[in-house]
Design a protein around this ligand. Sequence first.
Ligand SMILES: NC(=O)c1ccc[n+]([C@@H]2O[C@H](COP(=O)([O-])OP(=O)(O)OC[C@H]3O[C@@H](n4cnc5c(N)ncnc54)[C@H](O)[C@@H]3O)[C@@H](O)[C@H]2O)c1
Ligand SMILES: O=C(O)C[C@H](O)C(=O)O
Length: 310
Amino acid sequence: MSKVTVVGAGNVGATVANVLAHKDLVREVVILDIKGDFAKGKALDSYQQASVDHFSTQLRGTDDYADTADSDIVVITAGIPRKPGMSRDDLISTNAKIVTMVTRSIMEHSKNPIIIVVSNPLDVMTYAAYKASGLPKNRVFGMAGILDTARYRAFLSMALDVSGKDIQAMLLGGHGDTMVPLPRYTTVSGIPVTDLISKEELDAIVERTKKGGGELVKLMGTSAWYAPGAAAAQMVAAIVRDEKRIFPCCALLEGEYGQEGIFLGVPVKLGKEGINELLELNLNEEEMADMNKSADAVRGVLEVYKGMNV
Ligand SMILES: NC(=O)c1ccc[n+]([C@@H]2O[C@H](COP(=O)([O-])OP(=O)(O)OC[C@H]3O[C@@H](n4cnc5c(N)ncnc54)[C@H](O)[C@@H]3O)[C@@H](O)[C@H]2O)c1
Ligand SMILES: O=C(O)C[C@H](O)C(=O)O
């Protein structure tokens, strides 16, 4: 694989492109934005890091979809971010049109790309890109779970005073306040997290994780980009290197977890074909109830999207 396109040169898109270039994995990263000069500037600024940080990946900014031709992977970050007081779902009327239009334009120039959606509301925007692309379900999925588990792991690392590197965690459900962090699947170098922290502290960390995006929106007036950009770049790397890494990603469920026709966060194996496998965890009653609640919340937004007829 040699070409990645990132659509949207804003906070998240520029970070994805920059982190990817530093990984030195692909020949070229194209950054496309309706603000063409802005995209060109971000690409040029990033490429001027090449000799300092020693990477060879070329970066090109553009507003012309012809420049995205034959992309192997496309990361869609185009759209508006939320402001304090808003939920991600409030972005739907603007972002559904943008994501649909972007996906159609991408498909005019690339035959069989893998599409990773980042724009919010994530689970429904991934559905929108899937519909607009006509690609099979293994080639269209969304980034949220890596970010949400990264937040969960950061909070645990701070509470336990251990390196974040040693914390493994899994999380399910929609990318919203109903997401389902899974303490039963959380370990610190193999030690169950429940052996290391009180239930009260763990419950508080789970709650903080669920509202982790909103915490940053309140602090900065717009949403996060460093961790989201790094998370999306990690997905690209797993695909380019055919790593078969297992990450929580937003994937189409067709019967798994008792859900049908809805994109939700679940563990998947990522490799050169995109999603190689979707893993079904053996959830207990409480975890399944939380997953169902999260699916219901996403389904409500999905109905709004379907009513829009974009
Ligand atoms: N999935 C996640 O975990 C996650 C994390 C962070 C942000 N997000 C979402 O990602 C999106 C981008 O966030 P951001 O902080 O980068 O916003 P931003 O405003 O910094 O950047 C968005 C960019 O999209 C561009 N854009 C708008 N319409 C476009 C179009 N039709 N074609 C091409 N480009 C277009 C804008 O010009 C802008 O440069 C938001 O919807 C945000 O909610 C998702
Ligand atoms: O919180 C947001 O609106 C952006 C993103 O989904 C995040 O979780 O950081």
